[in-house]
Design a protein around this ligand. Structure first.
Ligand code: 13P
Ligand code: SF4
Length: 346
């Protein structure tokens, strides 16, 4: 139910206009002024309620600009949000992202209330594998470590030796292969991430038939077409893309690594081969950079809206729970990941 459905007045009053002026300035490059009155009252209500309830909003880089720039307390990739969940003093975490991220936060802080504004915000990777599947893999390949992408359910994490995100997959695979003294690891469930990491590390991978429904749609031909149509363009891709797409790119990294690349290198023209909203969020910060925007939307991320975030805080729904016995085992795999040191940024 939206705020309006709850009988609340969410009018764009002169006071709301004044209160939210600085927030609009942050997104004025990507959100037309005429749309602001539809966002501002909900944004003001969320920010007020957040303070009253001692809640924090963790916003993934794929959130739309009004969520990313105007109500999120922390934004980042999956790794940064997991680290932030472990650091925050807030009593309530609202996960502006998908379900596996909220579960990860709950595993890291079982004593906190973790809310997801839409419980149906899933992920094609998380849906591709179960804990029972992992048990079968372990029986088939005894002795090989299982490296599991965070884009999975708690049940799958609980069966794993270590987790990884796109931000640390290379470092995690190298370290776990060294620790176990093996040249092969089982890396699940994203076959493309696994192949890309194998190409970068030389560690062999046994993987799973999972893929991200957003990134698997990009093709190498499409990247070559961007280059032809936009001479000099810098191509950045996410490692959930097929390896031939990564091979055509100038840089591949997690969503935050892509954002950092833009901030550091300030290319005149860039294409971010990933979910659409990310280009909007970065373009809002760098109006001088031209973003070519291929539009592949994540339908799960797009379930999260301002109205649902407000409703979530008002009604304290939907609360995310993880079975304590599973949580303890999943936590070990997450903690092992968080302990892996990343190489210093170049
Ligand atoms: P990162 O933000 O960790 O790169 O992950 C991308 C993603 O698809 C999350 O769902
Ligand atoms: Fe899952 Fe892909 Fe959506 Fe991320 S972008 S939540 S990996 S389906």
């Amino acid at each position: 139910m939206g705020a309006a459905g709850m009988g609340l007045e969410l009018a764009y009053t002169p006071q709301i206009a004044r209160e939210t002026r600085a927030l609009y300035a942050k997104i004025s490059h990507v959100v037309p002024e005429i749309e602001w009155p539809t966002f501002a009252p909900t944004i003001a209500a969320i920010n007020k309620l957040k303070r009253e309830k001692n809640a924090v909003i963790l916003g993934h880089n794929y959130m739309t600009p009004e969520i990313f720039h105007c109500v999120s307390d922390f934004v980042g990739d999956s790794l940064a949000l997991a680290r932030e969940a472990g650091r925050t003093d807030a009593k309530i975490i609202v996960q502006a992202g998908v379900h596996f991220m909220a579960e990860t936060s709950k595993i890291i802080c079982p004593e906190k209330t973790v809310l997801i504004p839409d419980a149906k915000a899933g992920c094609s990777l998380a849906a591709s594998i179960t804990g029972a599947d992992v048990r079968l893999l372990k029986a088939k390949y005894p002795g090989l470590p299982i490296v599991t992408y965070v884009n999975t359910s708690a049940d799958v994490k609980a069966e794993s030796d270590v987790c990884c995100t796109s931000g640390n997959a290379v470092a995690v695979v190298e370290e776990i292969a060294r620790e176990y003294g093996v040249d092969t690891v089982i890396m699940i469930p994203d076959k493309y991430l696994a192949q890309n990491v194998a190409n970068q590390t030389g560690v062999k991978v046994i993987t799973w038939e999972g893929a991200c429904e957003v990134h698997e749609r990009f093709t190498a031909a499409e990247i070559r077409d961007y280059r032809k149509a936009n001479p000099g363009i810098v191509v950045l891709s996410h490692p959930e893309c097929p390896p031939e797409v990564v091979a055509e790119s100038d840089f591949s990294g997690s969503t935050s690594a892509m954002i950092n690349y833009v901030g550091k290198n300030r290319p005149a023209r860039v294409v971010m081969v990933t979910e659409c909203s990310m280009s909007d969020n970065v373009a809002a910060e760098y109006p001088d950079i031209e973003f070519v925007r291929p539009c592949n939307l994540c339908p799960h991320m797009k379930r999260i809206t301002l109205a649902k975030i407000l409703n979530s805080l008002q009604t304290m729904t939907t609360e995310v729970f993880v079975d304590p016995a599973i949580s303890v085992r999943a936590r070990k795999a997450i903690d092992r990941m968080l302990a892996v040191k990343l190489p210093a940024k170049a």
